[in-house]
Design a protein around this ligand. Structure first.
Ligand code: SAM
Length: 315
């Protein structure tokens, strides 16, 4: 019963993420014509939360663009614990759809996502005439997009799902884990990172999640989640930037870089974009902003068998 309630609570964090993204979209931080389809009760987030989600989105999209532009080869993307993320549909609108985009999550979540896709011609029409949608199985299959249920902690099943999705291990692959691995036990997190490295010799792994559980802000962050029934099970295993890099380097990845979001926002996020979004709302919580951003990080790791990622990364 304990495990089941944690599972439901972790799934609920996905509703939160969608609501926050919609809050940003409504204020003009970023464009997403689809996230509103997944939010039942829109909410307005504070400027600091909006800016935090923007910085996460911007860092993610900049690294993803680098990946998509890294060579002429066909490319594939797999999102672990994708939730209601709409990146695939955005990429299509931008003319940047990859050869294959695979999304994985618990069946409870993929069923809900499949139902929204089925009921929205805006989404359904994007999948092409060969698409098949099963709400019951939590499954969407189409030529370039696949949504499939799996418990990520079950590596043999994960392998099966990846081959069922017809991912080609030899192609350049972008692996996304946004606020997902941190909710798993440390052994499962490591196993997934290790599996990804062994499976995809030419790949970039994008990880975004919490760090520094040990100071006052960190305690509060953990308490907030705990009151909702969630635990950051992996945070003690990699609580620092160095430990995040080690998570990858110890599990087969050639190169790994971890920056906290203060540095990512300061030194990586596009300057013009920052100038634009910093005018959107009155913002005076600088101390709180700094503390919050120090508690989130982006880690990317690269395996470069094809030698196409020379320029990939923060600098
Ligand atoms: N990545 C999405 C985003 O950034 O908007 C969703 C993030 S949400 C905080 C975490 C997601 O991970 C949830 O949708 C949850 O169901 C999924 N998840 C957590 N543990 C999982 C597991 N063991 N197997 C599959 N999905 C899992």
């Amino acid at each position: 019963a304990e495990a089941r309630s944690n599972r439901a609570a972790v799934q609920a964090t996905n509703d939160d993420a969608s609501a926050s993204k919609l809050s940003c979209v409504k204020k003009g931080y970023m464009k997403d014509d689809y996230v509103h389809l997944f939010v039942k009760r829109p909410v307005r987030r504070s400027p600091i939360i909006n800016r935090g989600y923007f910085s996460r989105w911007a860092a993610f999209r900049q690294l993803l663009s680098q990946f998509l532009e890294s060579s002429q080869a066909k490319k594939q993307i797999v999102s672990l614990g994708a939730g209601f993320d709409t990146t695939y549909f955005q990429l299509l609108d931008e003319g940047k759809g990859p050869d294959l985009y695979v999304e994985l999550d618990f069946k409870e979540v993929t069923s809900k996502k499949a139902a929204v896709i089925e009921n929205s011609s805006q989404l359904r029409d994007k999948l092409g005439p060969n698409a098949s949608i099963s709400v019951e199985n939590g499954q969407v299959l189409s030529d370039h997009y696949k949504l499939l249920p799996v418990d990520l902690r079950d590596i043999p099943k994960l392998r099966d799902v990846i081959s069922f999705a017809e991912m080609d291990p030899s192609l350049p692959t972008f692996i996304i884990a946004e606020c997902v691995l941190i909710y798993l036990d440390p052994d499962s997190s490591r196993a997934i990172v290790n599996w990804a490295s062994k499976t995809f010799p030419t790949a970039a792994f994008f990880l975004y999640e919490q760090i520094h559980p040990d100071d006052a802000f960190g305690h509060q962050m953990i308490r907030n989640l705990e009151t909702r029934g969630c635990a950051l099970l992996s945070i003690d295993a990699s609580p620092t930037l160095l430990a995040k890099e080690r998570l990858f380097l110890d599990n087969g990845w050639q190169r790994a870089v971890a920056w906290d979001m203060l540095k990512v926002y300061g030194s990586f996020v596009n300057t013009q974009e920052k100038r634009r979004i910093e005018r959107l709302e009155l913002f005076d919580e600088f101390e709180e902003w700094h503390m919050m951003q120090e508690h989130y990080c982006v880690t990317y790791a690269v395996n470069d068998a094809m030698g196409i990622f020379g320029d990939f990364g923060f600098s």
